[in-house]
Write a protein that binds this ligand. Structure first.
Ligand code: BGC
Length: 574
């Protein structure tokens, strides 16, 4: 269960900021080392293969009713921007009825819209308006747990003989009292909470307000399948399946082994290997069942599973072509792991994906609502925006479906709460100050230079960073050299180019500090050069004659095979 342990630690890197397992040093690559990915060239591929997805965190995107919280009409209002930017699909994180303890990931009604976010009619309009602009819409489904306020849990909790008791995971106390096992929650020291009334504990992989559903109960699975049907019939193009590594726990109730490390900010809390609580085989089988349901609908609807794995091998069981069933597109978070801007480390991860996935469709992700903003994750030698463009070019030229996180395209920064009283994400209060929670990467989208950045007329639910005065969509659209215009140009080139959307990828060994790869489709070849070093490098490259996009210089013809790269320079060449 090496993967399970690693996955858990990686999730913690983002959620709890405790640092991941160090990566083995990259071996030097043979020239043109990686496996070519055959299916990437398939022109009959479904729309989602190689599509560019944009994650919208609805609370923070655009408020239209002045309550300081974004809403669905706000997303609809900003579709013109997303069309202009050039994305193929949006993924909207949960907007369902919820007490908002985990900001929507605690669902108290699976087939409705929380009044804070609007109505089902608003949702229908959003889908119609998005589809009218050829933008697909993916929604989140939280299978692992509901809110403790969901009527299912309220009923389950009403007594040991409630007909819904078995919809959740209950256990008697351990012999001698206390929680049944040592299982830790991702957000709390214990994953068990005592229900005083019945004297039993219930299990929650996340907050106590998010009791785990018992997915061994066929009635629960059937209810969740109805949820998928509901949204499929409303026209969604697919689902992002939340926290799928946690779907099942061992029924044997064995303790998890403890690690020789403490949780940052925890009170002498040892970390543990989640061998009995994550990545159980039953989970893959359930995903396969959901895939069959989704595949029965027309239009290539897609299932994207969220699980952090240490390496690409950990993703294989999530595909549907192996010994297990699976989904269409398991999230690949391999680019999230390197903590340093190191070409060898990124190269190693890309090579791992190429060699291990062998042409299976994949995703590439640098940022999301659980991780600090990408521009803050690396030491950039004072060249924050140049590095933001370098990372953008990497993300948008790899062979797979890139996921952009709202605001990364304008270089938004992580803005952490200044005091514990300001923290909204409960985990940030529990482990303050070592872990300040995830508020920092969820601040409102910066649309213009007005008060509250054009996000709301009310008081924003999280403060707008002061940098928003200059770092906003309106200002950056008017600035040709901006990070936003760089994203847009990269998206435009990608959209127009079968090479970038479908071409096979081959890693090139040009310089240890320069991440280099070739994309090839039919007779056309592109090369990407990314200088991860804070110093100039010269690389020699035959057969390319034109710079299509560059974060340091204007596109131009190349006069020589010796290419001089400035610190952190990123180049797309043909
Ligand atoms: C989501 C988190 C959420 C957790 C529990 C994750 O994977 O991305 O934001 O807190 O699942 O639902």
């Amino acid at each position: 269960m090496e993967t399970a342990r690693a996955l858990w630690r990686l999730f913690l890197v983002g959620v709890l900021g405790c640092g991941g397992a160090p990566l083995a040093p990259a071996e030097s690559l043979p020239r043109e080392a990686s496996a070519e990915r055959s299916s990437a060239s398939n022109t009959d591929a479904p729309w989602w293969q190689g599509a560019v997805f944009y994650e919208v965190y609805p609370r923070s995107f655009q408020d239209t009713d002045g309550d300081g919280i974004g809403d669905l009409p706000g997303i609809t209002e900003r579709l013109d921007y997303l069309e202009w930017l050039g994305v193929d699909a949006i993924w909207i994180t949960p907007f369902y009825p919820s007490p908002q303890v985990d900001f929507g990931y605690d669902v108290s009604g699976y087939t409705d819209v929380d009044p804070t976010f609007g109505t089902l009619e608003d949702f229908d309009r959003l889908i119609a308006e998005a589809h009218g602009r050829h933008i697909r819409v993916i929604v989140d489904v939280v299978l692992n747990h509901s809110s403790d306020q969901h009527p299912w849990f309220v009923e389950a909790r009403s007594g040991r003989d409630s007909p819904r008791r078995d919809w959740y995971v209950w256990s008697d106390p351990a012999t001698g009292g206390g929680p049944p096992t040592n299982w830790a929650s991702i957000f709390e020291p214990s994953a068990w909470t005592l229900d005083e009334r019945s004297g039993q504990y219930y299990y929650h992989a996340f907050y106590p307000e998010q009791p785990d559903l018992n997915l061994r109960n066929p009635e629960v699975v059937s209810a969740l399948e109805d949820v998928l049907r509901f949204w499929l019939e409303r026209g969604v193009d697919g689902f992002r399946l939340d926290a799928v590594a946690h779907l099942f726990e061992s029924i044997e109730l064995e303790d998890n082994p403890l690690l020789d490390a403490l949780r940052p900010g925890g009170d002498e809390e040892p970390l543990q290997e989640h061998v009995h609580t994550m990545f159980l085989p039953e989970g893959y089988r359930l995903l396969g069942r959901l895939r069959r349901l989704v595949d029965a609908y027309p239009g290539d609807r897609v299932l994207i599973s969220e699980a952090y794995t240490e390496d690409a091998a950990g993703l294989l069981p999530f595909y549907d072509d192996g010994p297990t069933d699976g989904v269409h597109l398991p999230f690949n978070f391999l680019l999230m792991a390197p903590e340093a801007l190191s070409a060898p480390r990124f190269r190693e991860r890309i090579r791992d994906a190429s060699e291990t996935l062998q042409g299976r469709p994949t995703t590439w992700v640098l940022g999301n609502h659980d991780q600090p903003r990408i521009v803050d994750r690396f030491d950039h030698g004072g060249e924050r925006l140049r590095v933001a463009k370098l990372l953008a070019l990497m993300l948008l030229t790899l062979d797979g479906a890139p996921f952009l996180y709202y605001g990364d395209e304008i270089g938004m920064v992580t803005t952490e709460p200044q005091s514990i009283e300001d923290v909204r994400d409960p985990v940030g209060r529990r482990y303050w100050p070592e872990n300040k929670g995830r508020d920092g990467e969820r601040t409102p989208m910066q649309w213009d230079g007005t008060l509250h950045a054009g996000f709301t007329d009310g008081t924003p639910w999280l403060p707008i960073p002061t940098s928003a005065a200059g770092r906003n969509v309106k200002a950056l659209r008017a600035s040709p050299g901006s990070v936003l215009m760089f994203y847009r140009r990269a998206l435009e080139l990608r959209g127009a180019s079968p090479v970038l959307r479908r071409g096979a990828l081959t890693l090139l060994d040009v310089d240890p500090e320069v991440l280099a790869y070739r994309r090839q489709h039919e007779a056309e070849t592109y090369v990407v050069l990314l200088n991860f070093a804070d110093e100039p490098r010269t690389v020699s490259l035959e057969g390319v004659s034109e710079v299509l996009l560059d974060n340091v210089r204007e596109p131009s013809r190349l006069e020589t095979a010796a290419i001089q790269l400035a610190p952190y320079e990123a180049m797309l060449l043909r």
